[in-house]
Design a protein around this ligand. Structure first.
Ligand code: COA
Length: 149
């Protein structure tokens, strides 16, 4: 597949993002939550597009000097093509430009694809939040102590 084009999300992308979200997560964000992120001054929200269609997205918040990666997903049929990596790389680069020096996130325990992706950027497991998801599944807390230049 040709490299996806990554752009800042806008209103026209939101329905496609919410549709991917429904398939990707057991407790999906609602469309309204994504819409709010379009105007979050502390947020970064990117979509990856292939042939004019949204195939993935990634969001982060910059809180003082920390980047919080809050949501990343790629449409199932386009996984394994490098889109997740491209989205996370851009998030880290852009959060660093906004003053973040380190990055953190939570990921469902056992989500090997996501944990593998974050590890490949240097994120390390730093603890567990017990029953974080739906009061059942644990979240692994991961940290990247220094976002590389
Ligand atoms: C996690 C996710 C975003 C990865 O996106 P992707 O576009 O498939 O990832 P990429 O093709 O860019 O892969 C990048 C790296 O991730 C890791 N990875 C991807 N899929 C993997 C898998 N099935 N098992 C283990 N590692 C995997 C690898 O390190 C890979 O690097 P490599 O190709 O050099 O081996 C995607 O699987 C997804 O949308 N999952 C559902 C939503 C989700 O879990 N989001 C994360 C919430 S924190």
């Amino acid at each position: 597949m040709a490299k996806p084009k990554i752009v800042t999300a806008s209103a026209e992308h939101i329905e496609a993002v919410a549709a991917i979200e429904k398939d990707a997560h057991m407790t999906p964000w609602r469309l309204e939550s994504f819409r709010r992120e379009l105007t979050n001054p502390d947020g970064l929200f990117f979509v990856a597009c292939h042939e004019g269609k949204v195939i993935g997205y990634a969001l982060a918040w910059v809180i003082v000097d920390e980047a919080h990666i809050v949501n990343v997903a790629v449409e199932a049929e386009h996984r394994g093509e490098g889109t997740g990596r491209a989205l996370v790389a851009l998030l880290l680069e852009e959060t660093r430009k906004r003053g973040a020096t380190c990055a953190t996130l939570e990921v469902r325990e056992g989500n090997e694809a996501a944990i593998g992706l974050y590890r490949s950027f240097g994120f390390e497991e730093a603890g567990l939040r017990k029953r974080y998801y739906e009061g059942i599944a644990n979240a692994v807390i991961m940290w990247l102590h220094e976002i590389p230049a």
